[in-house]
Design a protein around this ligand. Structure first.
Ligand code: F6P
Length: 374
């Protein structure tokens, strides 16, 4: 009997998702003669059994298209908003997996999706993950599809910001996606020649940044580009956040501890809220140069995937079909050199691939005079 596989895309969308769906689907249906069902909107669609047939030409013409034809969501099986409540819908998902007679579920997603896939694996389902995210922070794989496209977009934006910063003698702080890892800000910052690069892995001091900007002014370059990852944090905010978190933990641990008020309890979140804007304002004060903030936001995730992402997604997608054919389940299809390598989901889930502070790219950037705020 032909093998039946399900596919879904979960988490934030990423250029190359459609190319990967096409890779899995065409290899599975065309080469291995399997049946493929798409589930809409991530784990929510699997929970609600909302399907999309993929055998009628739906996979043609999508290689170059951004987004995902299946739709996506950040819904988690064990904490799904249903009727105004967060419910554990894992059993419904397991039920639909069996009702659809699936031999395997292929989940295209990042770190969150990997954790959700692990939960389903622990319930006895055969799952395979494909690593996508513009953040490039999935553990166990060399890279993720979506990253290369976002890198080009962010780099082009920095190029464009350079000429206006130069003309107006301004500091332009440009916020780049990446809450937990700074790969995108680091890469785009280097490729775009940013004067300062701030990433979550290297807490910064605004005074150090300001001094490097003043030094540029003294040398006749009274403008600067500061590339900041969303999750970059100052040393002061990091200390405040750590203290607030410890306090929250302590309060939760004491049975009769007075309830912390919102301001205290959420201090950790609040310091993140407008920090890039605060940094721009701080640098304006400290340097005497005008500062502007540009948030690249979801522009980085939209549109046509780059050639490299289309190739990577096709490579990983077809490798997923090969693994299913061999009944090699429970793995992340990791990019490894020029090939792929199956990595056990439990070895990768819950871990984040962050930028080591002494990574060769950080070292190179420092060699050309880039300031990291430390
Ligand atoms: O996880 C990918 C990512 O693009 C992050 O870089 C970013 O912080 C986040 O998604 C934004 O999520 P949303 O699309 O839910 O606003």
């Amino acid at each position: 009997m032909a093998r039946q596989i399900g596919v879904l895309t979960a988490g934030g969308d990423s250029p190359g998702l459609n190319a990967a769906l096409r890779g899995v689907g065409k290899a599975a249906m065309g080469h291995y003669k399997m049946h493929v069902i798409g589930f809409r909107d991530g784990f929510r669609g699997l929970m609600e059994n909302r399907t999309m047939a993929l055998d009628g030409g739906q996979l043609s013409g999508i290689l170059t298209v951004g987004g995902t034809i299946l739709g996506t969501s950040r819904d988690k099986p064990h904490k799904m908003p249903v009727g105004g409540k967060l419910l554990d819908m894992t059993d419904a998902i397991v039920g639909n997996y069996h009702d659809n007679h699936l031999d395997c579920l292929v989940c295209l997603g990042g770190g969150g999706t990997l954790k959700n896939a692990l939960r389903l694996k622990e319930k006895g389902l055969n799952v395979i993950n494909l690593p996508k995210t513009i953040d490039n922070d999935v553990w166990g794989t060399d890279t993720t599809f979506g990253f290369d496209t976002a890198l080009s977009i962010a780099t082009e934006c920095i190029d464009r910001l350079h000429s206006t910063a130069h003309s107006h003698h301004r500091i332009i702080v440009v916020e780049i996606m990446g809450h937990r890892a700074g790969w995108l800000a680091l890469g785009a910052g280097i490729a775009g020649g940013a004067d300062v690069i701030l990433i979550p892995e290297i807490p910064y001091d605004a005074n150090s940044i300001a001094e490097s900007i003043r030094e540029r002014s003294r040398k006749g370059r009274p403008f600067s580009i500061v590339a900041v990852a969303e999750g970059a944090i100052s040393r002061q905010d990091l200390a405040a956040m750590t203290a607030a978190k410890l306090k929250k933990k302590a309060a939760a641990g004491l049975k009769d501890a007075r309830k912390m008020d919102d301001t205290e309890a959420d201090a950790a979140e609040l310091v993140w809220a407008d920090r890039t804007l605060r940094l721009a304002q701080q640098l304006e004060k400290l340097t005497g140069l005008e500062a502007r903030l540009t948030i690249l936001g979801h522009l980085q995730r939209g549109g046509t995937p780059s050639a490299a992402d289309r190739i990577l997604a096709t490579r990983l997608g077809t490798a997923a079909a090969d693994l299913i054919a061999k009944k090699r389940y429970g793995v992340l299809v990791a990019a490894h050199g020029e090939g792929t390598r199956p990595a056990k989901i439990e070895d990768c889930a819950g871990k984040v691939k962050t930028v080591p502070a002494d990574h060769p790219l950080v070292v190179s950037a420092r060699r050309v005079g880039t300031n990291f705020g430390d």
